[in-house]
Each structure stands twice: as C-alpha cells, then as structure tokens.
Write a protein that binds this ligand. Structure first.
Ligand SMILES: [Zn+2]
Ligand SMILES: [Zn+2]
Ligand SMILES: [Zn+2]
Length: 155
C-alpha cells in the first residue's frame, strides 16, 4: 500500500501544502505522537512551522479520515495513520507509552452494551491502562536494589 501522499490529500479534498505533507509524514513515521511531538518532527524536517499550523493540519487530516485522533483520559491527544480498522490501545500509566492492540472482534463496535438506550452504536473505543514491560522491569530492579530509577519520557 504505497500511496503518493500528495495524491492522497487531493483525493480527499485537502489542499496540498508542504506543511500538511510534513505533518502527515511525521504521523506516518511514528504512530501515537502528540501534536507537540509532531511539531518538533516537522520543524526538524521543514524548518519553522507554528504550533497553530500543526494543530490545523492535524485537525483537517483527522477530519478527512486520513489520520486517527486518540484522546486518552487526562493526557494529550495522540495521532496515527492506521485508520479504519477499529484497533485499540494500551497505555503505560508510568511512562505514557502507547501501543496498538488489534480488535478482538475485528469490526466496530466490538463491545455490545448491556443496554443501548435506543442509540445506534457504530464504535466502541477501548483503552487498556497498565504498566509497560520497561516500567515493570524498573519496578523489579527497585525492589531488588532499593534504588529509584527515573522513568523515560513518554515515547
Ligand atoms: Zn512504561
Ligand atoms: Zn494505534
Ligand atoms: Zn475492537
């Protein structure tokens, strides 16, 4: 699946700009980035871009379904280009690392509510919270040595 990104934007009615292409490329390179991560990446790539321009580009790309926005409770939104397959996410409470979890059922909504209250339901978004292997490892080291180690910044 190799799409020409400029063509992808055009076909989805998004005006092609260098900034939007750079934002899409950053999200494709590394999934689950925050808007600030994207801004840092894009600046390294094309030079100056305002925070607002990054937010605007993310908003229009998400709006057209080219990227997916994940909004975990109590933390900044993350963006990825894996769209339309209703996969879910696992987040480390300690370091914030987020990974994909394939949908157990495969199509949305994958959870049936006990009472749909008359709603027509098209999606169930599941976020699993826990501790990643690295943070679990550090906790074990701490237990064994009594030493505290600093968690890595969120990936
Ligand atoms: Zn962790
Ligand atoms: Zn994902
Ligand atoms: Zn699912």
């Amino acid at each position: 699946m190799h799409h020409d990104p400029a063509d992808l934007l055009r076909r989805n009615g998004v005006q092609v700009t260098a900034q939007r292409l750079a934002v899409l490329a950053a999200v494709s390179r590394r999934p689950h980035l925050t808007a600030d991560d994207v801004a840092t990446d894009v600046r390294a790539e094309i030079g100056v871009i305002s925070r607002q321009a990054v937010y605007d580009a993310l908003a229009i790309l998400a709006d057209r379904g080219l990227i997916r926005r994940i909004q975990p409770a109590g933390s900044p939104a993350r963006f990825e280009d894996r769209t339309g397959d209703n996969h879910h996410h696992m987040i480390c409470r300690q370091c914030g690392r987020m990974v994909d979890v394939d949908c157990a059922v495969g199509n949305a909504p994958c959870l049936t509510p006990s009472d749909d209250a008359g709603y027509e339901i098209d999606e169930a978004e599941v976020i699993y919270w826990g501790r990643c292997p690295e943070c679990r490892g550090r906790a074990q080291v701490k237990k064994a040595t009594g030493k505290e180690t600093e968690p890595d910044p969120p990936a």
